[in-house]
Design a protein around this ligand. Structure first.
Ligand code: G3I
Length: 310
């Protein structure tokens, strides 16, 4: 069959579980043949790379980058600043200590992989659903300017990397997506180096497909930035029935087609490509089967819908 990556000029990727990458040859094989981009699911997060101040663990992140370089994949860096999976030692810092810790973190991580990361999720999930800034130590201690500073520091550390803001539940016009649209517009007007907007696109067939999904991507592209599907998956209540898998195929097809239709949509990345390694069952009780391939790495109806070349 024609692999997914050969169906489009867009980057076609998956989040990667570093231990599966190291230990499962079949997982690596499908990742290599079907995709041309990888995102470290957890290995590049601050709590993982610097659990204690000044003590770094690059093993997982390096394994993902090394795999990508060996197999001609590009890498999405995920994520420099996020309120979750931040190391505990941040929380007691004063505002000025936190600011220098943030600058140091961004500079250290981005420098380490300079020239090897196609795109960075510089900030992740910075707005609440009502469009106000999410309460986090970054927002609370550093004030509104922390986001612009993060982008400037990341750009200084690697001018070749595309710098993104990333969030979820932003696939249609709502208070959150409007807030991101306004922020990106303002940052661009101030000459802040922001190059793209990531749409995580975690969907459930229990909810209708986001209305105006494609036109929403387009309105961000019209700001002069790239857009990317960064974490697509479509969960359902288990056990997966034929009818649910058909609806899942409808949703994946609509995401894929929207990215194909918007010229500045440059990436279709799923948050894990196989049900064998998905965050969904650990997060949503009784739900799962969210990915394009099943536990045994067989293509599911959603894969066949996107790629009828089989
Ligand atoms: O690595 C430790 C392990 O040492 C420990 O024994 C175990 C005990 O709980 O925890 C392990 O860490 C877990 C980590 O995944 C690695 O497996 C954390 O508990 C767990 O919370 C963490 O979940 C990740 C989640 O982000 C954290 O919020 C998921 O794997 C990951 O898929 C998910 O990804 C996020 C994106 O980064 C941002 N967008 C939303 C997406 C889904 O939440």
């Amino acid at each position: 069959r024609t692999p997914l990556k050969d169906l489009t000029d867009n980057h076609v990727g998956s989040a990667v579980n570093a231990s599966a990458l190291a230990n499962e040859a079949d997982y690596r094989s499908v990742l290599t043949s079907e995709f041309n981009s990888v995102t470290a699911e957890n290995a590049m997060k601050w709590s993982v790379v610097e659990p204690n101040r000044g003590q770094y663990d690059w093993s997982g992140a390096d394994s993902v980058v090394n795999y990508a370089q060996r197999n001609g994949h590009s890498v999405r860096g995920h994520t420099l600043l996020w309120h979750k999976q931040r190391p505990g030692w941040l929380d007691n810092l004063s505002a000025s200590e936190l600011r220098s810790a943030v600058k140091d973190h961004i500079t250290t991580v981005v420098n380490r992989y300079e020239g090897e990361i196609r795109a960075w999720d510089v900030v992740n999930e910075v707005f609440d659903s009502d469009g106000t800034r999410r309460d986090s130590i970054f927002q609370r201690k550093l004030g509104d300017g922390w986001i612009a500073d993060a982008f400037r520091w990341a750009h200084q550390a690697d001018p070749s990397a595309e710098l993104y803001i990333n969030d979820y539940n932003t696939g249609w016009v709502n208070d959150k997506s409007n807030a991101i649209h306004d922020l990106v517009s303002s940052l661009r007007q101030r000459g802040v180096p922001i190059h793209g907007v990531g749409f995580q696109t975690h969907l459930s067939i229990d909810y209708s497909f986001p209305g105006g999904f494609q036109s929403n991507l387009q309105r961000f592209a019209d700001l002069g930035v790239d857009v990317a599907i960064t974490e697509a998956d479509v969960r359902m209540t288990l056990p997966a029935t034929d009818s649910e898998l058909t609806t899942q195929a409808d949703y994946y097809e609509r995401i894929w087609n929207a990215c194909e239709a918007v010229s500045r949509c440059v990436e279709f990345t799923t948050w894990g490509y196989t049900d064998r390694h998905s965050w969904v069952p650990n997060t949503f009780d009784g739900q799962g089967a969210a990915c394009l391939f099943d536990d045994s790495l067989n293509p599911k109806p959603a894969y066949n819908r996107i790629n009828p070349s089989i």
